[in-house]
Ligand binder design. Sequence first.
Ligand code: RIB
Ligand code: CA
Length: 355
Amino acid sequence: MDDKWKVRLSIDCDTGIDDALALVYLCALDRVRIEAITSTPGNVDVEQVAANNSALLTLCGKSDIPVLIGARGPLEIPLVTTPETHGRQGIGYATLRDPVSPVPMDSDAIDYWIEAARANPGELTVLLTAPLTNFALALRREPRLPWLLRKLVIMGGAFYYQGNTTPTAEWNTHVDPHAAKEVFAAYTAAAEQGLESEKLPIVCSLDTTERFEMRPDFLTKLSIEAGCAEPEIVQASDPEGTLSKSSNPLVRYLSDALRFYFEFHRHYDQGYIAHVHDYFAAGVAAGTLDYQTRPATVDVETESPLLFGTTVADFRGLWGKPANAHVVVANDPEAGFAELVQRLGALARKLNGDS
Ligand code: RIB
Ligand code: CA
């Protein structure tokens, strides 16, 4: 592998506001080579996800990165999207220029993953910040995928922690619980066949992603780091839908996207804040954010109406099965937000033609 890159990364997302933040962050990292972005329906439909991914790459000067589409809906149940959370187009109040390279609508994310993994055994890290539909389909087509990847990071699930979609279920696993169940079952089988522990998925569940609670002053710090003439001030007292007037296109985009997310969290009595789940998972995949994990056997409920989409982690071997995941149990939000300000500020300056 080329020494310059530390991480060759393929990202599957349902871009959405926190997916977008994660993508922009990863575009800011010299240590990461984004090989491709694959799109899964979730926050919005897959065509909108792919259009957002493509436009974001254009915004970040990375329009050469392929954007691919796989499944157009969950494995067994109808697709449910969440415009109330991320906005009708999935990026809050932000608007994006048309992408330089429109997404080929017949592209196949699943074949891409399999071909890329076979061609680069042990080199690809895969980050999943969406329902696990595409990855489940890839595992069906190539059961050796767990051995062929270098690392797998999943944002999803909630373990002994309040759900954000039902009282016990997290969004990504609730949109496609059958896919999540298949993915974890495949890793149980791989563990039983001797898959190395470090190749088990690192799972960033709500238990720790909700500790990454962004406050509006993040945008003020970002605008200062980006060298904006005027600090970006976003306040809970602002009229809803107020649009940014920042002189920096990246700051303006992120401010308009995140404002919508602050308003959504307030509507659901969580305060004028934003849980940036996918950014934390991106930092785990990139190797830039600290975290601690515990091995567990994870399974997903797909039958019970009461607990549909709920993830369960057996940390104590009570099921008599091998660990199929490393669940994140600790992280450092303060350091994570300082890292985000620094990286996005530098990217914002670079894209604006500043130093
Ligand atoms: O539950 C949070 C997850 O669901 C995040 O990935 C968010 O983008 C949504 O997809
Ligand atoms: Ca997501």
